[in-house]
Design a protein around this ligand. Structure first.
Ligand code: 5GP
Length: 115
């Protein structure tokens, strides 16, 4: 799989505002935030898109989601709410081809899909 900007962040080759890391995933602030809190949760195991995640690796996605929820709880906005999003391929708006979960929160986000 080709290297991405997220691999460069994991390898500390480019800087990022890292808010969490463990042996399996890293989380850092999006460079172009779409909400007051916009954090990307990226696994260290390589999958270009959600389409490439086999059933027996589903736990990778679960870990991203639960890490996002833990972060929202720690930051105090889990109860008021937040959104998680994973874009897939062109129509889904994916621009970086290492899977990642967007966590958006910190303000009312409106109805999903509303411009
Ligand atoms: P996608 O469009 O693939 O779902 O999401 C990619 C996200 O990565 C975008 O929201 C974009 O703003 C973010 N992004 C792209 N390049 C960088 C970077 O160099 N650093 C950080 N922190 N975020 C980036």
């Amino acid at each position: 799989m080709p290297m991405t900007i997220f691999h460069a962040i994991i390898d500390r080759k480019i800087p990022a505002d890292i808010v969490y890391e463990d042996e399996r995933l890293i989380a850092f602030r999006d460079i172009a935030p779409q909400a007051p809190v916009h954090v990307l949760f990226v696994p260290k195991q390589d999958f270009a898109t959600l389409n490439d995640v086999p059933e027996d690796a589903a736990i990778v996605i679960g870990r991203l989601a639960t890490a996002a929820a833990r972060y929202a709880k720690a930051q105090g906005f889990a109860e008021s709410g937040y959104r998680i999003v994973m874009n897939c391929n062109g129509d889904g708006g994916q621009t970086v081809f290492q899977i990642h979960l967007h966590l958006l929160g910190g303000a009312p986000l409106g109805h999903f899909g509303t411009p």
